[in-house]
Write a protein that binds this ligand. Structure first.
Ligand SMILES: [Fe+2]
Length: 301
């Protein structure tokens, strides 16, 4: 391993298709990432997921609302060696109906995350960022809201299930996804990044993607698919067939488990500051299409 994570602490979350590379990917791969994954060149690496920072939120559930994100960034900057890349899975900013305020919050968020030592940073929108203006302000600041990239043999697909205020991917994005998947071998390691759960976790609270089942159906033929998402402000593990879905903690306030009476932020506990908040490291082992996830707390200073 290239970095000093304590593997005994790892919760192994997915280890499917361990022989996926027995025959190699070779010339039929889709690009440099596939070639890198085809044999001994495939390297383990890790990335960091942060989610639901809700910049601009002020209130009792987090009396350190302006300090929590900077604390997390300082902790990420202290990682040695640094992660290969960092992804924010949406709700970068807190909801506002005022487009000027929305852009100010996005600019402030942008300036704060510019303190990250790692330059390879990916952004997804959440419904707080994008549902009011169909993603316009997000696009201006961060670019496309759905896209792909390859990294050391893993094909990453960022999906946008928030710019449509009904919580759908939409036909256009699903067509784009189908075109992308059509280029991939069935044993290609795929990681989906998104904000809302693609499955029906708790639709009454918007913890679902209206047409997420169509995306999952497209992904089912692929042997090695793992989803990392945000939105629900707590850990959650779920399987749809062989596809593992991992929800991340928030960096502003935790929410109650699905189905509780009250869909409100959990109160701040002064005796345990930042309880329920956190971020995660994800160690990818491309040759095994396995992902070891280590949750990190927010620590007070
Ligand atoms: Fe959120």
């Amino acid at each position: 391993m290239k970095h000093a994570l304590d593997r005994r602490e790892f919760l192994r979350l997915a280890a499917f298709g361990g022989m996926a590379y027995a025959s190699g990917l070779g010339a039929a791969g889709y690009g440099p990432g596939a070639a890198a994954a085809s044999g001994a060149q495939a390297e383990d690496f890790y990335f960091v997921q942060l989610s639901d920072t809700h910049w601009g939120f002020e209130g009792a559930p987090n009396p350190d609302s302006r300090g929590t994100l900077p604390k997390a960034i300082a902790a990420v900057n202290a990682l040695s060696p640094p992660p290969d890349f960092i992804v924010f899975t949406g709700d970068l900013t807190h909801l506002t109906l005022d487009g000027k305020v929305r852009r100010e919050r996005m600019q402030q968020f942008h300036d704060i995350v510019a303190r990250l030592n790692v330059r390879n940073v990916r952004f997804l929108a959440g419904e707080h960022d994008a549902s009011v203006d169909h993603g316009q302000a997000f696009h201006e600041m961060f670019g496309a809201s759905y896209y792909t990239f390859n990294h050391k043999g893993v094909h990453f697909i960022a999906l946008d299930n928030v710019s449509d205020p009904s919580g759908a991917l939409g036909d256009g994005q699903l067509d784009w996804l189908a075109d992308d998947l059509a280029k991939l071998r069935r044993d290609q390691p795929i990681v989906i990044l998104t904000h809302r759960p693609l499955f029906d976790l708790y639709p009454a609270w918007g913890w679902a993607t209206r047409d997420g089942a169509r995306a999952i159906a497209m992904l089912m033929p692929f042997q090695n698919v793992t989803v990392f998402y945000g939105h629900i402000h707590q850990l959650n593990e779920h399987m749809t067939g062989h596809i593992a879905h991992h929800a991340a903690k928030s960096l502003i306030f935790p929410l109650p488990p699905p189905g509780e009476d009250d869909h409100q932020p959990l109160p701040w506990d002064a005796s345990q500051p930042y309880r329920g908040l956190g971020w995660r490291e994800v160690e990818a082992e491309p040759q095994q299409a396995a992902y070891d996830v280590q949750e990190r707390p927010v620590l007070g200073s």
